[in-house]
Design a protein around this ligand. Structure first.
Ligand SMILES: Nc1ncnc2c1ncn2[C@@H]1O[C@H](COP(=O)(O)OP(=O)(O)OP(=O)(O)O)[C@@H](O)[C@H]1O
Ligand SMILES: [Mg+2]
Length: 395
């Protein structure tokens, strides 16, 4: 190696070393973790920044509702805006309260506590709701800077306090962001007795395959000291898109399950990944494979052979989660030769289509060429081999 190459190599190594030192499991275990960059929310972030900038410059208060299906990233969106964008672009106080599972008194006490902390003012102890609210109101109104309040987890039990805050914010030219899931959003804004007052709403959509993939990749890079393989990241993404509407929360849960194994340097096998994603795929896994395979393979020798080859491959290569169509074709061809059966490539495709339709085999959303299973390959292997032998005997 040339000297230059040597230096480059070592520069790279020290760079990698630096990055890796920053990796921490916080990104998996801290519910309020905010990544350095929030991926694929640029449009929504620009929108909320624009809304807020206008109100800031023109000196009026706005109330915004952020909503989406649970686990899509509402908390991280609001916290990213509050902790990364607001301090960077505006000279404002920021107050975040997670209202979930807290009673009204706790919520008001926390608002009061936090606004006092922001303004560096000592607090007078109080336990009475009205007194606390008055204290909070007085402090919020007299703050020299404008304030952005985020109330996360609005639902039936606490909407009143959010509404009250939203009204107050108009009076004192502060702004609020109310965060709630789609269910509560419909309940509280579309019902007859709609009370929640807001000026704007920012709906958060679920992610596409490639967007979710990048989010998972980013989280792996932020947290796993030794990284994870491409296959694992892809497989988690595939499962979450296929079985859980592409919610990032679910993929972070799967990463959490892999963390103990991966962080101690153990090889992450495909069995471990399947176990880590098993709670999303349970509905599909509850089926009786033997029965299903038995039905679809009625006199269909080829389907059994294809499944047997596919499962066998994944059993043999413990870290592989996918098999590509070409490899599968070759494996089936070899099996056909061994058994003296005529090999017809079109039949493989037909068999695959049947099994994909029956949710035994899945196509990766990443590339149709990649196939995966969610059931342990051993089970499918035993079932298909057993049935195939029986079929041979019968003939
Ligand atoms: N665009 C994104 N970039 C990076 N990480 C994201 C993104 N969207 C969501 N996440 C991550 O997904 C996980 C779930 O997000 P979050 O906790 O914000 O969900 P939520 O919508 O508030 O769910 P809940 O309904 O349970 O309150 C978090 O780890 C979050 O950091
Ligand atoms: Mg949340």
């Amino acid at each position: 190696m040339s000297l230059r190459g040597f230096i480059y190599l070592h520069q790279d190594e020290s760079l990698i070393g630096m990055v890796r030192q920053n990796r921490s499991p916080k990104g998996l275990f801290d519910p309020y973790y905010v990544p350095e960059k929030l991926l694929h929310r640029n449009r929504e972030l620009d929108e909320i920044k624009g809304i807020y900038r206008d109100s800031y410059e023109e000196d009026y208060g706005v109330n915004c509702l952020v909503h989406g299906i649970t686990g899509v990233g509402m908390t991280v969106f609001s916290r990213y805006f509050l902790t990364k964008l607001t301090p960077h672009h505006f000279d404002a106080h920021t107050v975040y309260v997670d209202a979930r599972r807290k009673d009204v008194l706790e919520i008001v006490a926390e608002l009061n506590d936090k606004i006092h902390r922001e303004t560096n003012t000592p607090i007078t102890v109080a336990f009475d709701l009205d007194v606390l609210w008055m204290q909070f109101k007085r402090m919020a109104a007299s703050a020299t800077k404008k304030t952005v309040f985020v109330v996360d987890g609005i639902d039936e039990t606490n909407e009143e306090i959010y509404s009250k805050l939203a009204h107050l914010s108009k009076e004192i030219r502060a702004s609020t962001i109310g965060v709630l899931n789609s269910h509560d959003y419909r309940l509280l804004t579309k019902g007859h007795a709609t009370k929640v007052a807001y000026d704007f709403e920012i709906p958060l959509d679920t992610y596409t395959q490639s967007q979710l993939y990048e989010i998972v990749r980013q989280r792996v890079e932020d947290t796993f000291p030794l990284g994870l393989t491409e296959e694992v990241v892809r497989y988690i993404t595939d499962c979450v898109i296929e079985f859980d509407a592409g919610k990032p929360r679910t993929s972070v849960e799967a990463l959490k399950a892999l963390w103990p194994m991966a962080s101690t340097g153990q090889e992450v096998t495909s069995d471990a990944v399947r176990a880590a994603t098993s709670n999303i795929t349970t509905a599909a896994q509850d089926m009786d494979y033997m029965d299903t395979i038995d039905t679809i393979s009625m006199n269909d020798f080829m389907t059994l052979l294809v499944l047997e080859s596919l499962a066998q491959h994944l059993m043999t290569y413990k870290t592989e989660t996918y098999i590509d169509r070409k490899t599968l074709n070759e494996l089936v061809m070899i099996k056909c030769e061994e058994l003296g059966v005529r090999f017809v490539p079109e039949d493989i495709e037909k068999s695959l289509q049947t099994m994909i339709f029956q949710s035994i085999v899945f196509e990766s959303g990443y590339s149709r060429n990649l196939l995966y299973l969610i059931a342990p390959p051993e089970i499918l292997y035993d079932a298909s081999l057993g049935l195939r032998r029986e079929l041979s005997r019968r003939k």
